[in-house]
Design a protein around this ligand. Structure first.
Ligand code: 4AD
Ligand code: MG
Length: 460
């Protein structure tokens, strides 16, 4: 007799003898001759109702089973006589694997997200977080399916690097030095004696490596963890997050925007179609407007708007923003959200930003003022994608590296790619957790990843 997942069991067409189920008890209800156990094994939102009666040798023990206890049940799947479920299991035997003491923190009442963050090791056992992490798995699969179906190759880019792709200096350094007594030369750290013989850090983006592969394989994507030491404690930033980064050779900014739009719509649609029960839970208890938001994303064409026009709209809006809007300044999250939530009420792709606020690798436009950059904004979140066409002209690239103060010696290989067979190419990064927030309606990024990493928190 093999163990069967509750998800499969509840989708059975006919009764079955000899089923074996393992899971955790959510609740126990007793009547005179029966005890009902609601068992969940994490495979789906629904619990399995298990009926135990006084024929079972350990019936008196079963009547003491607590919430959170682990059980192994064998029995018969039969149509349920009660309402609320199609099937139930009549137990032939119940083996109690572990009795959870009354101190189990997840008793039946609803707990706040803040409290559940303090018990992140247990929160996946709640309906909400179980659903979130199942959706996360589906979303990840959908990413791979999307790219595979379109002929992209999945590549792995390094996590430890010697470069700073975004040039923003938000790097976590990696070293094997004894920090209490590191080797120094002329008063400065002597990195030649460090593990890699030079400064090393955790990657902020796989882009630069992905470009090298795109310029060989055509269309590629990398999907991995990225790290940023930005000390901002917001509901949309983490120090460790996952990014999906496609890179396409022979592709301009317009093709890049097309792909970003298609990807977001595809992922939204995929989750709506495959995670029905879990999405129902979120639209009932987390965000009542979730279904409307998701329908809106599925059905609307994204607005495409140059940065300059966005600034005009914001200036004329009459809104009181905390931060000023002016040409040449980066937009803040409040501005992004105004555009996508209030003004257009649908996703917006801003493009052609001033070069002064963007990294060195973005392609300079003919006006010599702006670069072929794009940011995709969606309701409830703001920026979900950042990307660009890349500068493929070596001379312009070198100028930009000088302007932005990059150390060219570190990027000789990057410049080489513009020397040998350079072609127009483009790509972007989709924040995976922000996509999770979009499809679940969860408002804090800490709640869409099992163990969030943010300033001053490294528990679990
Ligand atoms: O706009 P960003 O910084 O773009 C890049 O890193 C490019 N090199 C990507 C590329 O072209 N291949 O980041 C991309 C996306 C953002 O739009 C956002 O969704 C997410 O990554 N992101 C974060 N998510 C969570 N926490 C953070 N601290 C994030 N920083 C960026
Ligand atoms: Mg960005």
């Amino acid at each position: 007799m093999n163990r069967i997942k509750i998800h499969r069991l509840l989708n059975s067409d006919s009764p079955r003898d000899n089923v074996l189920v393992m899971g955790w008890v959510r609740t126990r209800r007793d009547s005179k001759d029966f005890s009902f156990l609601e068992v969940n094994d994490g495979s789906c939102l629904k619990n399995l109702q298990v009926i135990t009666d006084n024929h079972l040798s350990n019936y008196s023990e079963i009547r003491k089973v607590t919430t959170g206890s682990a059980v192994l049940i064998s029995g018969r799947l039969t149509p349920s006589k009660g309402t609320g479920q199609k099937w139930e299991v009549q137990a032939n035997s119940v083996k109690i694997l572990n009795i959870a003491p009354e101190s189990y923190p997840l008793q039946k009442k609803r707990h706040s997200d803040e409290f559940l963050r303090t018990i992140a090791h247990l929160r996946p056992r709640t309906n909400k977080y179980g659903a979130a992490f199942r959706i996360r798995s589906e979303l990840s699969f959908a990413v791979h399916k999307f790219f595979r179906d379109r002929g992209f190759f999945h590549i792995h880019t390094p996590i430890i690097t010697g470069s700073d792709c975004e040039g923003a200096g938000e790097l976590f350094q990696i070293t094997t030095f004894n920090l209490n007594d590191p080797p120094k030369i002329d008063g400065k750290l002597d990195y030649s004696l460090d593990f890699f013989g030079k400064e090393a850090n955790l990657t902020v983006s796989g882009q630069l490596s992905a470009e090298m592969l795109a310029l060989a394989l055509g269309d590629v994507y990398t999907f991995g963890p990225t790290f940023r030491a930005e000390n901002s404690n917001t509901s949309r930033h983490m120090a460790e997050f996952w990014m999906v980064e496609p890179e396409m050779a022979f592709c301009d900014l317009e093709g890049n925007m097309d792909l970003g739009e298609e990807l977001i719509r595809y992922l939204t649609n995929y989750i709506v179609e495959t995670c029905t029960d879990d999405i129902d839970l979120f639209s009932k208890y987390v965000d009542k407007t979730l279904r409307t938001t998701l329908e809106n994303i599925k059905s609307s064409e994204f607005i495409r708007l140059p940065y300059r026009e966005a600034v005009n709209i914001l200036k004329k809006s009459g809104e009181k923003f905390e931060y000023d809007v002016s040409l040449g300044k980066d937009l803040q999250s409040e501005h992004e959200r105004y555009l996508t939530e209030q003004y257009f009420k649908k996703p917006v792709i801003l493009h052609d930003f001033p070069k002064t606020i963007k990294p060195f690798y973005m392609r300079v436009n003919n006006d010599n003022e702006t670069v072929a950059a794009m940011d995709v904004l969606v309701p409830n979140i703001g920026e979900i994608i950042g990307g660009s066409q890349r500068e493929e002209r070596l001379d312009v690239l070198e100028l930009r590296m000088n302007e932005t103060g990059m150390n060219k010696n570190d990027y000789w290989w990057y410049m080489d790619s513009r020397r040998f067979g350079s072609v127009p190419h483009s790509g972007f990064g989709l924040g995976f957790e922000r996509m999770m927030m979009l499809v679940t309606g969860i408002k804090n990024i800490r709640d869409v990843i099992p163990f969030p990493r943010t300033p001053k928190t490294i528990e679990f």
